[in-house]
Design a protein around this ligand. Structure first.
Ligand code: SAH
Length: 498
């Protein structure tokens, strides 16, 4: 069988956003993917269903596959006609043994393509605020690695040459080697006062940087408990992080924030939190389940009230099934409960006539005060479980109100992985009473050390009833308000940087 090919693909240093477009394309098309430990989380999410995913990296204590075994496997799979992605952390040709694999493929006559990735030695320093070259501070950069064996880091290294090297040294090696390596460099004549920095888990949400000089960086990194993976930068550029650091200065850097709302709604909140530097764990406690609806008489309503973005989405899905679109509401007055719902309407080509600023039923009732409703047929499209504030108020004003329940909110069971992720959260956010109720019912445990953030008083009351302390309550009861309150809390608790 012909047609087999191997792609030696770099997955970048850890931030999934730093994967190349080409790498994602190839992952999506691969029949088989052989990957290592240091590939970004979610890197394989785009793989085809049925693709063979095989871990070939090291496991603590033992080697899952030897290099020869990997080479043989690549050749075998390609010869069987497969499109094979060999996915590696960083760049495949920078200390990734991609060179050896390419040689083996060439020797076997197997076609291959190399897809470079962003190497940790450039990316991790960049995320730490260290440019590896600089017009005034470094005109050259050397990537250096030691032996895999921590007892022999010196094997291939010429210490005198490295000590004399006129530029930045970037060390890709275990932190255990650092005392010996820095000592050797100093002994060979490198300035012990030269700036140095160790970047641990570069480009990941848990990135941490420890700074020092050649003479004390090993001790400082050891005292800070730095672990793998980490790169060490030696050179005057390392000091630039004092002005250029950015990631670790973000307001929520180091925080792990659990988002419990339904997956379909989580992305807006999760995105805002990530932008502020948080690591987000998605532990959706609820899911939206559409109900069958009958919209046959939809044209009879002259006022439509929509009370959630989900409601809008599902209303239009139901309309679509009838072969209808936004024109079904031509001539009707349309009210949205708040800006989020109005935005969803706009996505369907409708500009809401009435939108209160605060997304609560009481505010919508108030906003509708100037709209004549007496004798009008009104449709309130909403969740099955909701307060009756709005329909009651409209009926009291003489409207003929039909309430159409579009969906149920049901519990979404947590996976073991999500439960584990939740256990590491420093903040747990609740955007509705149902998220509180269902998270706890589905066995989710809010860790004692985590701070509980609620979107507003109703959600807070539910949380307290379930035995949770509420540490932060949003002043504005929407996603932005919740993010603001959480960020202010984190700032207040942060020890001012030394
Ligand atoms: N091919 C990879 C390097 C593999 S060697 C690349 O181009 O990046 C493994 C070494 O890379 C680790 O010991 C560590 O020194 C470095 N490394 C990989 N990912 C890292 C990260 N996210 N942060 C810091 N160092 C990293």
């Amino acid at each position: 069988m012909g047609g087999g090919i191997v792609y030696l693909v770099g997955a970048g240093p850890g931030d999934p956003g730093l994967m190349t477009r080409r790498s994602l394309e190839l992952i999506a098309a691969a029949d088989a993917i052989l990957y290592d430990r240091l590939v970004p989380p979610g890197a394989l999410d785009g793989a085809r269903e049925g693709a063979e995913l095989r871990y070939v990296g090291k496991r603590p204590g033992n080697q899952a596959a030897t290099q020869d075994e990997i080479n043989d496997l690549l050749v075998k799979l390609a010869r069987a006609g497969k499109r094979v992605v060999r996915l590696k952390g960083g760049d495949p040709f920078v200390f990734g043994r991609g060179g050896e694999e390419a040689e083996a493929l060439a020797a076997a006559g197997v076609p291959f393509e190399v897809v470079p990735g962003l190497t940790a030695g450039v990316a991790a320093p960049a995320y730490a605020g260290i440019p590896v070259t600089h017009r005034d501070a470094a005109s050259a950069v050397a990537f250096v690695t030691g032996h895999e064996d921590p007892d022999k880091p010196e094997s291939a290294l010429d210490w005198e040459a490295l000590a004399r090297f006129p530029g930045t040294l970037v060390l890709y090696m275990g932190i255990r080697n650092l005392p010996l390596v820095t000592e050797r460099l100093a002994a060979a004549g490198r300035d012990p006062a030269e700036a140095a920095a160790v970047v641990e888990r570069g480009t990941e949400p848990k990135q941490r940087t420890v700074g020092g000089t050649l003479s004390d960086i090993a001790e400082r990194a050891g005292a800070a408990g730095v672990g793998p993976p980490a790169v060490t930068v030696i050179g005057p550029v390392a000091a630039l992080r004092e002005t250029v650091a950015w990631l670790e200065r973000r307001p929520l850097h180091g925080e792990v924030v659990a988002v419990t709302r339904a997956r379909a709604q989580a992305s807006g909140l999760a995105g805002r939190l990530r932008e502020l530097g948080a690591e987000v764990v998605e532990t959706p406690a609820i899911r939206i389940e559409a109900r069958p609806v009958d919209l046959a008489g939809i044209g009879d309503y002259t006022l439509l009230c929509l009370t959630s973005p989900n409601g809008v989405r599902l209303l239009f899905e139901a309309l679509g099934r009838l072969g209808l679109d936004a024109r079904a509401f031509a001539g009707s007055t349309i009210a949205a409960i708040g800006p989020g719902t109005a935005a969803e309407l706009a996505r369907h080509g409708i500009r809401a006539d009435v939108v209160p600023e605060r997304s609560v039923a009481e505010a919508l009732v108030e906003a509708l005060a100037s709209v004549p409703v007496e004798g009008r047929r009104v449709l309130v499209a909403r969740a099955s479980e909701a307060r009756d504030v709005l329909p009651d108020a409209l009926r009291a004003r003489g409207a003929e109100v039909d309430v159409v329940p579009l969906y149920d909110t049901v519990a979404e069971p947590l996976s073991d992985g999500q439960r584990e992720a939740l256990a590491g959260a420093t903040y747990v956010t609740f955007t509705s009473s149902s998220t509180v109720r269902f998270l706890l019912e589905s066995g989710g445990r809010v860790p004692d050390s985590a701070r509980v953030v609620s979107i507003g008083p109703i959600t807070s009351a539910t949380a307290r009833r379930h035995g949770l302390d509420v540490h932060v309550e949003a002043e504005r009861h929407d996603v932005d308000g919740l993010v603001d309150a959480l960020t202010a809390d984190a700032a207040a608790r942060r020890v001012p940087a030394a």
